[in-house]
Design a protein around this ligand. Structure first.
Ligand code: DHB
Length: 306
C-alpha cells in the first residue's frame, strides 16, 4: 500500500483533502489518529478569518457544495500545530492560501524556516476568496511561483483548479517544470456552481447568492481527466495527488490507474469521519487482491486504450 509524494513516504495512498474537519488543533489531532496517511491542514491565510455566514456547506445528492470563505486560524497557528503534531510520526502537509499575491511568499517562507511540515500545498484555486482564481490567470500564477519556489527545501505542490482547455494543460505543465514544483493536486472544487432546493425555491447555501464550489461524485470525471492529462504531460517528473469525488476503493483504483500517486478525500471524510479512510482502504485492498496486484506501481498510470 506504500506510495510516495515528492519523495515523502506515505504508508497508504489515502489522506484527507484540505478543507473538511482540519481547521482546529483538535480536528488535526483527530486526523492524526485515523488511517489518513498524511495530516493535511486547512488552507491558511496571513490573518485569521471567520469565513462566510451559515449555511455555507451542504451535502447534496451527488456530492456537496460550499462557500466556506476560507475560515482559518491564520498561518501562525498552523505553524505551532505542525510542531506539536510532529509527535505522531505522520507526514504533515500545510495548505497555503493568499488573499493577495504577496501573501504566499510570506506564509511559505515561514513554513520553510520552521521545518515542521513535510509538504507545502499552494492553493491556487480557492473559488471563494472573493478574487478570481489564480490558477486561471497564468501571469499571476507565474508571479506566485517566482516568489515561492526558492524559499527552502520542503517540497512545494500546487492545488490546481479544473482545466478544460488543452492550452492550459500545456502552459501549466511548463510552469510546473520551470519552477521545480514537486507535486500537483488535481482538482479543487469546481467554482461558480449552484444547487437549488425546489421546496424553498432557494440555493442550498446562503453566501454569494448560493454560488459555491462543487465537490464529490459530480466532479470525479473532470478530476480524473485532469490527473490523466497532467500525468501524460509530466511523464513522472512530478508526483500527483488525485482529488475529487473519492468515496470508494474503486475511485482510488481509478485515480491511480490515471497516474495519481495518492488521493485526497474531502466530501466523504466530511460526511463519514474516520470511517471513510478505513472503508475506502479496505475496498481498495480488496480490488488489488482480486486483480492480483501487489503494489501500486503494478498498475499506476497503466490505463489501457481500446
Ligand atoms: C475554501 C474553498 C476551497 O475550495 C478552497 O480551495 C479553499 C478554501 C473556502 O471557501 O474556505
Amino acid at each position: 500500500m506504500e506510495t510516495q509524494i515528492a519523495g515523502v513516504k506515505l504508508t497508504n495512498p489515502v489522506c484527507n483533502a484540505s478543507g473538511p474537519r482540519d481547521t482546529t488543533f483538535e480536528e488535526l489531532q483527530y486526523i492524526a489518529h485515523t488511517e489518513s496517511s498524511v495530516i493535511v491542514m486547512k488552507s491558511c491565510t496571513i490573518n485569521p478569518r471567520e469565513g462566510n455566514p451559515e449555511p455555507r456547506y451542504k451535502k447534496t445528492e451527488y456530492g456537496s457544495i460550499q462557500a466556506m470563505g476560507l475560515p482559518n486560524l491564520g498561518y501562525h497557528e498552523y505553524i505551532k500545530y505542525a510542531h506539536i503534531l510532529r509527535a505522531y510520526d505522520k507526514p504533515i502537509m500545510a495548505s497555503v492560501a493568499g488573499i493577495n499575491i504577496e501573501d504566499y511568499a510570506i506564509i511559505v517562507q515561514s513554513f520553510q524556516s520552521n521545518n515542521d511540515v513535510d509538504l507545502i500545498e499552494i492553493n491556487l484555486s480557492c473559488p471563494n476568496a472573493g478574487k478570481s482564481i489564480i490558477g486561471y490567470d497564468l501571469a499571476s500564477m507565474e508571479e506566485v511561483l517566482k516568489q515561492i519556489s526558492k524559499l527552502g527545501c520542503i517540497p512545494i505542490g500546487l492545488k490546481l483548479p479544473a482545466y478544460y482547455d488543452d492550452r492550459y494543460f500545456e502552459k501549466v505543465t511548463d510552469l510546473v517544470l520551470k519552477y521545480n514544483i514537486s507535486f500537483i493536486s488535481c482538482i479543487n472544487s469546481i467554482g461558480n456552481t449552484l444547487c437549488i432546493d425546489i421546496d424553498t425555491e432557494s440555493p442550498v447555501i446562503s453566501p454569494q447568492e448560493g454560488f459555491g464550489g462543487l465537490s464529490g461524485h459530480y466532479i470525479k470525471p473532470v478530476a480524473i481527466a485532469n490527473v490523466r492529462r497532467f500525468y501524460r504531460l509530466l511523464q513522472g517528473r512530478v508526483s500527483i495527488f488525485g482529488v475529487g469525488g473519492v468515496s470508494s476503493g474503486k475511485d482510488v483504483f481509478e485515480y491511480i490507474l490515471m497516474g495519481a500517486d495518492a488521493v485526497q478525500i474531502g466530501t466523504a471524510f466530511q460526511e463519514e469521519g474516520e470511517y471513510a479512510f478505513q472503508r475506502i482502504l479496505f475496498e481498495f485492498e480488496f480490488i488489488l487482491k482480486k486483480k492480483g496486484y501487489k503494489t501500486i506501481a503494478d498498475f499506476k498510470g497503466n490505463l489501457k486504450y481500446q
